[in-house]
Ligand binder design. Structure first.
Ligand code: PGA
Length: 264
């Protein structure tokens, strides 16, 4: 069975007003209606409701979630609340949260476990800093192996259900997605540039091997993220190992985002 590519728009804290978010969402929905790929939008939390109302084919994603239940956690958003808003995917462990807010692997692991237990699909972001990439691929693999081990601790029993709706045939997979985002490739990082597709393919193959051999989790979709745009999208998305893209800056321009979706 062919696995559908997944393209996620990560709007971060953009746009600056709910009306704009609604218009952006409508435009994306209208233009990707006939796409064979899976598309999701992750708006800022205050716009989830406004954006949800505009979506039919496009799925709704959150940019973060609390590991706790409903209760005394000021400022957090629980999985209950996300599910009420029909959120299906949640991005966890984005490098901006790790770097700027001090989110640790332990916190990320709790979020991953709580989300999977409660029926949210997890998009776990992993990726190395520049200082590791400059040491070479062996160092990158060591770094990612450790990050995956910590972030996914204890998940084996939680990802056994199959998900026919996204064309994922066997155990695991539908509920867990990994986004490989080398930190130095993210467009908001000074001096960033996209990874070389052949290098991300090598890393993504490695991630799939780690999941299969160490955690016995197979058929997980692994996306690439970091300065994906309309010009370079095909070079990533035409690779069979790359199952989609997590797109930041370019996802705020509907025409450009649609071209990225079409490249898949
Ligand atoms: P970018 O962001 O596409 O603007 O590099 C990707 C991300 O941060 O998820």
């Amino acid at each position: 069975m062919k696995i559908k590519k997944l393209i996620i728009a990560n709007w971060k804290t953009n746009p600056d007003a709910p009306g704009r978010a609604a218009r952006l969402a409508s435009e994306i929905e209208k233009r990707v209606r006939h796409s064979k790929n899976e598309v999701a939008i992750a708006p800022p939390a205050p716009y989830l409701l406004v954006v949800a109302k505009k979506l039919k084919k496009v799925k709704l994603a959150a940019q973060d979630v609390s590991w706790g239940d409903v209760g005394a956690s000021t400022g957090e958003i629980s999985w209950h609340q996300l599910k009420h808003l029909k959120v299906q995917y949640v991005i966890i462990g984005h490098s901006e949260r790790r770097r700027l807010l001090g989110e640790t692997d332990e916190m990320i692991n709790k979020k991953v476990l709580a989300s999977l237990k409660n029926g949210l699909k997890v998009v776990l972001c992993v990726g190395e800093p520049k200082s590791v990439r400059t040491k070479g691929m062996a160092a990158v693999k060591k770094f990612l192996s450790s990050q995956l081990g910590k972030d996914l601790k204890g998940i084996k029993s939680l990802v056994v259900s199959s998900d026919a709706s996204v064309g994922v045939p066997t155990r695991a997979s539908g509920s867990l997605i990994i986004a490989y985002e080398p930190i130095w490739a993210i467009s908001s990082v000074k001096g960033s540039k996209p990874d070389k597709p052949e290098d991300s393919v090598e890393v993504i193959k490695f991630i799939k091997n780690v999941l299969a051999s160490r955690l016995q989790i197979t058929n997980v979709r692994v996306l690439y993220g970091g300065s994906v745009n309309a010009k370079n999208a095909l070079s990533f998305l035409s690779q069979k190992e790359i199952d989609g893209a997590l797109v930041g800056g370019a996802s705020l321009h509907p025409r450009e985002f649609i071209k990225i979706v079409a490249s898949a």
